[in-house]
Design a protein around this ligand. Structure first.
Ligand code: NAP
Length: 316
């Protein structure tokens, strides 16, 4: 019988199509450890992994002839899987694009608004019973409507954020991208990331993680931002050089930041936690039941397609 490993608890409805398979449902909510990663490749025909399950080249190297043929990732981001090493080992990889787009764009808007309007700081004030009442100059933030947003990575999520900014908030949209885009809203393509950073009120990161984008947002890019501007990262933590961001926030060189992801997730540095001018969310991008069900169904559809000899709907 085909053996499948599900590496985390998933919403109940998701696994029904796998009734005819021998399922191992891991109950832990933490990533696979070193031995579990190797056992996943060695002992199962298919694996449904997710964020944090680090299928690196070393793991593939340690399992000479993997029984596993398919890694059907739960999530659109797959920078935790070395796709080259997987291919070399004859293991196909898939992901769940599209299912995550709107929910993640919504969290980007949440962070933009919270950071610009100092919502986290205000909430802490109320909870600490420190609020002394409304007055005309209390907690003034950045008015977002009509301002400009810079999108770094104008893919599915980047475009969904841009649409919300344009249609919902009357913001002007600028972006950098490697390939040209046909967009259903006005947007100006800027040739250079630093130039983009210098022109916008909010800079939003929506590129995939991985070697190519690591520290794309470094001290130079942060240094190019305007003093009142906010940075929002819903992509992957290591796209932003966290130490440089902490420095910029501590010195008030930028207006603030809203983060859903962290360089050494789930560790969030004390220096960040101590700052008022940063909003910190625990990777909530897709955290809604129906979204997680859609992601799960998509990952399962890739598994069943593989074992029924059909083309994978979402190969990477
Ligand atoms: P996508 O449609 O593939 O868009 C990514 C965009 O980034 C593309 O427009 C792409 O190409 C650009 N890009 C890719 N590699 C790049 C590089 N090396 N340098 C510069 N730009 C690059 O992906 P998506 O569905 O929008 O998702 C984006 C990422 O968001 C995912 O990979 C994932 O890591 C993250 N995410 C986070 C959450 C969360 O919970 N916070 C949820 C879902 C996804 P062009 O430059 O040619 O346009």
């Amino acid at each position: 019988m085909t053996r499948i490993l599900i590496t985390r608890p998933l919403p109940e409805t998701v696994l029904a199509p796998l009734a005819g398979y021998e399922l191992t449902r891991r109950e832990k909510t933490t990533p696979l450890d070193a031995e579990e990663l190797r056992a996943a490749l060695r002992d199962f025909d298919g694996v449904l992994p997710t964020l944090g399950d680090l299928f690196t080249a070393d793991v593939f190297a340690d399992v000479a002839r993997p029984r596993c043929r398919v890694l059907a990732n739960f999530g659109v981001g797959y920078n935790h899987i070395d796709v080259g090493a997987a291919k070399a080992a004859g293991v196909v990889v898939s992901n769940t694009p599209g299912a995550v787009t709107d929910a993640t764009a919504d969290i980007a808007m949440t962070l933009m608004l919270m950071s610009a309007r100092r919502a986290g700081e205000g909430e802490r004030l109320v909870r600490a019973e420190m609020w002394e009442g409304w007055h005309p100059t209390q907690m003034l933030g950045l008015h977002l409507s009509g301002k400009s947003v810079g999108i770094v990575g104008m893919g599915r999520i980047g475009q969904a954020i841009a649409r919300r900014c344009h249609f919902g908030f009357g913001m002007s949209v600028k972006y950098v991208s490697r390939s040209s885009k046909t967009l259903a809203f006005p947007a100006e393509r800027i040739p250079d990331l630093k130039a983009l950073a210098g022109q916008v009120d909010v800079l939003v990161i929506a590129v995939p993680g991985g070697r190519e984008t690591r520290h794309l947002i470094d001290a130079k890019v942060l240094g190019a931002m305007q003093k009142h501007a906010h940075l929002v990262n819903i992509a992957r933590g290591d796209v932003v050089e966290e130490s440089a961001l902490i420095d910029a926030l501590q010195k008030g060189r930028i207006g603030g930041a809203g983060l859903d992801v962290y360089e050494f997730e789930p560790r969030v540095p004390q220096a960040l936690r101590e700052l008022e001018n940063v909003v910190l969310l625990p990777h909530l991008g897709t955290a809604a039941l129906e979204v997680r069900e859609d992601m799960g169904r998509m990952a399962v559809a890739n598994l069943t397609a593989y074992f029924e000899g059909r083309d994978l709907p979402n190969p990477v």
